[in-house]
Design a protein. Sequence first.
Length: 279
Amino acid sequence: MSALVLAALSGLAWGASDFVAGLAARRVRVLAVLLVSQVVGLALATAVVAVRGEPLPGLRELAFAALSSLAGVGGLAAFYRGLAVGAMSVVAPLSAGGAVIPILVGLLAGERPQALQLVGVALVTGGAMLASIERAHGVRSVQLARGVPYALAAAVGFGMFFVFVDQAAAASAEWTLVGNRFTGVIVLAFVAAIVRPPLPSGKGLLPLVVVGVLDTSANLLFAFASRLGLLSLGAALGSLYPVVVVVLARVFLGERLARVQALGVGAALAGVALVSAGK
């Protein structure tokens, strides 16, 4: 299976995971969502490594896996909070702007994107600005839409996550995921021991388990895609998850956007598509 297909599948899985997580974060603490999903992810990642019998990579790769966890967990914490307090169809596209970071890193590393990709970067940036504003009480003035600061913080975290995973997965995609989830569980467990958030039980755990399975699957797919193709291209395709979130939010939540926000969302998604179309 090609790197492009794997990266696109990771974006779809991330989108479904984020939608479920956003709904869950409206009922339980974000910390609880993260902790349970990371524990589920660690169990799945460990099982994959055990089945495939992958040898342990070097310290450098494990260190980048740990860094990817810190960036990813930080990004998810901001993202889930943004989905809980703001419109999913605004927050999700804005967070996808993090795809610009690995493109810039790729440039510094010698990658040369095509003109089409550069146009895409401009569309992502401009679209993010349009999608992040809303009219205040129906008058001419505008204000920052709810959830936007969290979305921007998530974009930075996700962008750095792509960069670190690309470095870690060079040796083993499976061990990258184990190192990522292990670090996440340790950090979140430490925070939970201090904050002591209430954890759901019974049927309340099911959505969080679903989030863990989908998010872990997406991470593994992206790690494999990163090994097979360019970082900039894979990160852009992996960042197509807002399409899934926007569609699901429209279908199940009936979310509607102001015209300027709809224009911004469309521009941001078109920009991600153009970035991924470059060869």
